[in-house]
Design a binder for this molecule. Structure first.
Ligand code: SAM
Length: 426
């Protein structure tokens, strides 16, 4: 790999840690190079806490919380040495060259010294038993709801690159066979992580879309919805919209983000699926002005997104308990404003990819208290997985919600963290 590619990796890594929504992977034109940089940056984010400790051991001072480009560069180099096993001669000089460009006159020497020490201690470091992934701030979020033991299991399972799950329009068994994937209990198909998605068979023909199994359970829990009038309130990029449309519902799609809606439109075009209408608006504004009612409103609410930490490891470095509280307040507004627009007997489907109960279980239990006209409709696993329902039994809470954790379905390769509730209006 060339110096330029590694230079792009440093910039993208910095973008991730700055919380930019557009990381910049798309700026790398060549698909193989883009895939390499993505794997490099994602592995760095997963191993960052551990590698900070390793690097501190080789320098006179511990690394500052806000790391410089030079520190990020060393982490990327360490990832290549320790996890990609790139030979020393192929990389150290390349990282030293970048350090000279980005830093001061000492940077090249520093990067050279640390990376060469990592090379010579490679086996010892790779065999270290206790490899932390979560920084303290993220542990603090999880410890509100989970025991240290539960957190440790999540941390261990989330540190590896997750497999790729897809949802197919139909004939899941056939597609699992064609793509040589694993058929999951709910009909999702699990493929190994590596590879360029758009080059896989059936993608360009619009036969399937990428969607983690956890995320697909929400719409599946609705059962038969053909002909139902549905409002998909936070729809982009459209994973759940595609499920709703494939199941024959008449779907109005709304999202506040124009670029994300553009992606939704492209996805629907590829999949040859047709929403009734596509609205770019703030959901609260829209609901306050609208007089429509719907059989089903799906609120796949904006959230702290901690459940997506396997695919978005930057989340663990960025989120704080304040984010959880802020999101919970917004979600409450979504629920309050959606409630009057659900037809009598209709369903409010609420989903978040957060691990925090303040955004999930507690949010819904307090909504129910404020709204006695809504009752929890316990989720039926047979609706989702038929004969294989028992394989998902650990996901069901005593109240009838779904609570997915990254540590569940571990024998099959884990899943995203997710919460789903279905509420029925009297
Ligand atoms: C969790 S994502 C939705 C994922 C999508 N449902 C899917 O399955 O592909 C949340 C979405 O909410 C949108 N959003 C955030 N605030 C919003 C608001 N006030 N009104 C409408 N959409 C909003 C975001 O742009 C984002 O696309």
């Amino acid at each position: 790999m060339e110096v330029d590619i590694r230079l792009s990796a440093v910039e993208i890594y910095q973008n991730c840690l700055n919380g930019k929504t557009d990381y910049g992977f798309e700026t790398i034109a060549e698909a193989q190079e883009r895939a390499f940089v993505k794997r490099l940056v994602m592995t760095a984010l997963r191993r960052q806490e551990f590698l900070k400790k390793v690097i501190s051991g080789y320098s006179s001072k511990p690394l500052p919380p806000k790391m410089s480009n030079i520190h990020l560069l060393i982490i990327l180099g360490a990832v290549e040495i320790l996890y990609f096993r790139t030979p020393e001669y192929a990389i150290v000089s390349s990282y030293v060259e970048i350090a000279k460009k980005l830093g001061n006159k000492y940077s090249g020497g520093f990067v050279n010294a640390v990376l060469r020490k990592i090379c010579s201690d490679c086996e010892k470091i790779s065999n270290a038993a206790n490899v932390p992934f979560f920084p303290k701030s993220f542990r603090r979020i999880l410890s509100v709801d989970y025991s240290p033991k539960q957190i440790a299991v999540m941390e261990k399972l989330a540190v590896t690159e997750p497999p790729l799950d897809i949802s197919v329009k139909s004939n899941a068994e056939q597609w699992a066979h064609t793509l040589d994937g694993t058929l999951m209990p709910n009909g999702s198909i699990r493929l190994p992580a590596a590879g360029i998605v758009s080059q896989l068979y059936g993608y360009n023909d619009g036969q399937w879309w990428v969607q983690d199994i956890a995320s697909s359970l929400a719409v599946q829990s609705l059962g038969k919805i053909s002909g139902k009038k549905v409002l998909d309130l936070c729809a982009a990029p459209g994973g759940k919209t595609a499920q709703l449309l494939s199941a024959g519902a008449k779907v109005s799609v709304l999202d506040i983000s124009k670029p994300r809606l553009q992606r939704l439109k492209e996805n629907m075009q590829r999949l040859n699926l047709h929403p009734e209408n596509i609205i770019c608006a703030d959901a609260i504004d829209f609901l306050q002005k609208s007089e429509q009612t719907y059989d089903i409103i799906l609120i796949d609410a904006p959230c702290s997104a901690s459940g997506t930490l396997r695919r978005h490891p930057e989340i663990v470095h960025l989120k704080t308990q304040d984010d959880v509280q802020r999101c919970a307040e917004v979600q409450k507004q979504f629920l309050e404003n959606a409630a009057p627009h659900i037809a009598s007997g209709g369903i409010l489907l609420y989903a978040v990819c957060s691990l925090s109960k303040a955004e999930g279980e507690q949010q819904i239990l307090s909504f129910i208290e404020r709204h006695p006209e809504f009752l929890i409709k316990p989720i039926n696993l047979v609706t989702i997985a038929g004969k294989r329902a028992s394989e998902l039994k650990d996901l069901l809470t005593p109240e009838g919600f779904l609570r997915c954790l990254p540590s569940q379905l571990s024998l099959l390769g884990g899943m995203d963290g997710f919460f789903v509730a279905t509420l029925q209006k009297e």
